[in-house]
Design a protein around this ligand. Structure first.
Ligand code: TTP
Ligand code: MG
Ligand code: MG
Length: 418
């Protein structure tokens, strides 16, 4: 039994990269289907006129006349476009462009703010749709993932096209959104391939396509070559991936160092062995500690306070290191008779700031009885979001909100604690 072949034996490695089309904008088109096919840009934050549209509960959103939407030409401010529909891109408008500059190119574009709650909802939904079909999925951000097709039924048929079509269809049925998929021998090539037929396209790349499909591309299309490396390569008169591939590996090492130089040479030749790493999204994160001896909230106030602060700091570090922010902060106590008490508090904003977490956890602590000695203290963060997906946190606002929360009178005495 020991020499059973591995499941992938005899199969070609097929790795897919899937990226949603004009993601933030497409989500708004679900809400306002009357804007389909029109140039729409997302950006600029919330404005009164958008709020008026959203607050209009009397009329269904889908019946709001197109003429009532705010236009780019009327925009004043320093906002930047996060994305644009493909109709808007035809005018040269796109991500990271200033809105007033974009207004010159496409004044008639409709401007809408991003709705992060909807973005998160659809991000989760399209990813769970994929894992139901192909479990080997690696999350690579709000709107993209890698998927290992190699051992999935249908993953080898037509070099992956059959499974890619199935996934596109399933995502469209679940969300109403389209995506583009590249299937290739590895992640590096798959990531490039997913852009080849955007939007709503599938692109299949084989090793033999390197020269025709990959070498003409700019080096910046390599995931990992950023603006700085791109600039340095340009100074060395290397613009395309083909030009990079033509360089001697030793010369690249001399110019970029051992690791980077060797890596550049490998990727220019389409080589990448990195695996698709499946990681499940954490639901919560926590830190807790059991004391060496039971501690009393009043008599051991100083020691407990220090432990509490330390737990909050470590929890904040965990969140930051893993790239998450949390909206719900909770505490857990175990008393000397082993009973457990938990309390939590959900704020209006996300945070990963140690002081903010300490404040909210402190409010939770005021809601538990503290007359008995404690064996254990824990702090927990839940309602998590990826740091980049959540609205920017304003610690002062967060605290202002948390402090408005009512504290039960019987626990007011705990104010003096910690
Ligand atoms: P992308 O996948 O880069 O872009 P996209 O989905 O809008 O368009 P495409 O069809 O070309 O894939 O980014 C996903 C979302 O991330 C995008 O909808 C908005 C957001 N985003 C920003 O907020 N700022 C940026 O600079 C970029 C590039 C994207
Ligand atoms: Mg996208
Ligand atoms: Mg993307």
């Amino acid at each position: 039994m020991t020499d059973l072949p591995p499941p992938s034996a005899g199969k070609l490695r097929r790795i897919a990269h899937l990226d949603m089309d004009a993601f933030f904008a497409s989500i708004e088109l679900l809400r306002y289907p009357q804007l389909k096919g029109l140039p729409v840009v997302i950006g600029g934050g919330r404005r009164k006129v958008d709020e008026a549209i959203r607050a209009d509960a009397e009329r269904a959103l889908r019946f709001i006349p197109v003429a009532e939407f705010p236009l780019l030409k009327d925009y004043v401010g320093r906002g930047v476009i996060t994305t644009a529909t493909y109709a808007a891109r035809q005018f040269g408008v796109g991500s990271a462009m200033g809105m007033m500059k974009a207004a010159k190119l496409c004044p008639q574009a409709i401007v809408l703010p991003v709705d992060f709650d909807e973005v998160r909802k659809y991000s989760r939904l399209f990813k769970s749709t994929i894992t139901e079909i192909a479990p080997q999925m690696q999350d690579r951000g709000v709107d993209e993932v890698y998927i290992d097709f190699t051992d999935v039924p249908g993953g080898q048929r037509e070099s992956g096209r059959v499974l890619a079509r199935l996934i596109q269809k399933a995502i469209f049925e679940a969300t109403g959104l389209t995506c583009s998929i590249g299937v290739a021998p590895n992640r590096l090539l798959a990531k490039m391939a997913s852009e080849f037929n955007k939007p709503n396209g599938i692109s299949i790349v084989h090793e033999a396509d390197l020269q025709d499909k990959v070498w003409p591309l700019n080096v910046r299309k390599i995931n990992g070559i950023g603006p700085k490396a791109g600039e340095k390569l340009a100074k060395l008169h290397i613009h395309t991936i083909g030009e990079l591939a033509a360089q001697d590996a030793g010369w690249l090492v001399d110019n970029f160092g051992k690791a980077t130089g060797a890596w550049m040479h490998a990727v220019a030749w389409g080589r990448d062995d990195s695996p698709v790493v499946t990681e499940s999204e954490p639901v919560s994160m926590s830190r807790e500690t059991t004391f060496e001896r039971d501690l009393h909230a009043v008599r051991d106030k100083v020691a407990l306070g220090a432990i509490f602060t330390d737990l909050c700091t470590r929890l904040a570090d965990d969140l930051q290191r893993k790239g998450y922010v949390a909206k719900t902060i909770g505490i857990k106590l175990r008393y000397d008779d082993f009973r457990i008490a938990t309390r939590d508090q959900t704020a209006e904003f996300y945070t990963s700031d140690a002081k903010t977490i300490r404040k909210i956890a402190g409010l939770c602590l005021k809601r538990v009885p503290l007359s008995q000695r404690l064996r254990l203290l824990g702090v927990r963060a839940a309602t998590l979001a990826k740091a980049g997906d959540a609205p920017v946190v304003e610690p002062n606002l967060l605290l202002a909100h948390a402090q408005r929360v009512q504290i039960a009178p019987e626990f007011i005495a705990n104010d003096q604690l910690f």
